[in-house]
Design a protein around this ligand. Sequence first.
Ligand code: NDP
Length: 474
Amino acid sequence: MEARLFVGGQWVEGGARIEVRNKYSGEVIGTIPEARREDVQAAVEAAQHGAAVMAELPAHRRGEVLRRAAELIRDRREEFARTIAAEAGKALKFARIEVDRAVSTFTVASEEAKRVHGETVPMDAVPAGEGYFGFWVRRPVGVVAAITPFNFPLNLVAHKVAPALAAGNAVVLKPASTTPLTAVMLCQVLAEAGLPAGALNLVVGPGGTVGEWLVTDPRVAKVSFTGSPPVGRRITEIAGIKKVTLELGNTSPVVVAPDVDLDFVARRCAVGAYYNSGQVCISVQRIYATREAYEPFLDRFVQASQAMVVGDPLDERVDVGPMIDEREARRIEAWVEEALAGGARVLTGHRRERAVYWPTVLADVKPEMKVVAQEAFAPVASVIRSDDFEQALEQANATEYGLQAAVFTRDVDRVFRAIRRLNFGGVIINDTPAYRADHMPYGGVRGSGIGREGVRYAIEEMTNIQMVVIRTGS
Ligand code: NDP
C-alpha cells in the first residue's frame, strides 16, 4: 500500500516515506510519508474547522455515519484482519476478533451518539438557588489528539475515534509508526461513511516529534493516549492545560483458588498470556496459585503453553506470531536470563528466533525480578505459590499498576473479598484479566493511567459540562 496522510478530507503527501514491514517475514508491505511540522499544523487547523462542523451536526447524523462505518469495517473484515496480522504480527484468528470488536465499538458509538445529554439541577436546594432554574449539557471539547500503540492498530484507534466523533469532536490521529496502514484503512472507511472533511485527520511519524507537536499544540483540547507508562508520564509533563486520558500498562495478576476446574483455568490463562505474543496491556503475567492448587495448576499450565502453535501470523493455525520487532524479543529474553540467574526456573519456552519468542512459563521467581515487577509485554508468565487466598490477593495487589486483575474461585465469600481488596480499575471473576467487552468502563488506577474508555465513558472524558442558569424572577 502506497499510503498518504489524511488532512482536511484530502489524501496528502508529507516528508520522507516510512517503510511498513510484515513483522514476521520482514518484507515491506507499504509506505507512508512522515508528517513534517507543517503537516501537523495543517492537520490541527483542519481539525479546528472539522470540530466546528461536527458540533453542529445533529446527533442522528453523527450516529448514522458511525453506523455506516461499522458496516464498512464488517464488509472489509478479511482485508483489515490480514493488514493487522501483517503489520502488527498478530495471529490472523485474533486479528479477526479485533476487527469484530471494532465493529462493536463503532456500533455502540453510533448508539451513544444519540444519548449525549445532561440533567436538571434542583437549584432551590440551597437558599442562593431560589428563583433560578438550572441544567447542564455536555459540549464537545473541540479537537482531540488520539495517540495509539501498535498492539491493537484498529480497535484501540476505534476506542478513541468513535467516541470522539459520537460526541461531536474532530480528531487528529497519530497511530504507532510501526502500524499505520490499518489506520489509513479506517480513515478510508470514515470518509466513505460520509464523515465531514476535517473531522478525522491522520498524521504519522515518531512520537518524539509528531506526537509531541500534537500534545503541546494549544489548539488541541484533549489528548487521549494509549501506550507505555514513560510516554504517559512525559505527556502529563508537556501537555499544558488540557484534558488528558492515559491508558497505560499493567502487570496483570491472576489469583487461582483451589476450588476451580484447573484444566479450564490453565487453558484460559494460556490464551490470556500468549495471544498477540503477550503484547496486550492486560496480558496475564503473574499467576498466584494457593498451596493446594499450585502443583496441579502448574502442570496443566505448562501443557497448555506448549499447545500454543507458534509461527507465521498469516497461517490460520497459528496462535502466537512474532513480537513487534527483534529488539523487543531480545529484551524479554534478557529479562528471563536475569530471572534465571537470580534463581528462577524455566518450565517451557525461552526460545527465540529473530522476533519470535516462544510461550514461556517461569517458576520460583522473586517479587523484585523484572519479569514480575515490570510490565513484561511479552509471552512470559510466572506461576507463584501463595500460602492461601488472602496472601494471593496481597501479592496480586503489590504492584505500582492497577488496570485489571482476575480471580478464579467458586466461593462467593472469596469473590466479594477479592472485589473489596483488589485496587484495580477492573476485577474479572472466573476469567482472565485479559477479558474486555468494548462497552464496559475500562481503564486503570495507580500507574496504569487516568480516565476511562468504553465509548460512553470516553464520551464523558471528551466532553465538557456546560452549566446553564436561568433567573426566573419568581
Ligand atoms: P509507546 O508508548 O511506545 O507508543 C504509543 C504511542 O505513543 C505511539 O504512537 C508512539 O509513537 C507515541 N509516542 C511515543 N513517544 C511519544 C511522545 N514523547 N509524545 C507523544 N507520543 C509519543 O507504546 P507501544 O506502542 O510500545 O505500546 C505498548 C504500551 O502500550 C504498553 O506499555 C501497553 O501496556 C500499553 N497499552 C495500554 C493499553 C491500555 O488500554 N491501558 C492497551 C494497549 C497497550 P511511535 O511509536 O510512532 O514513536
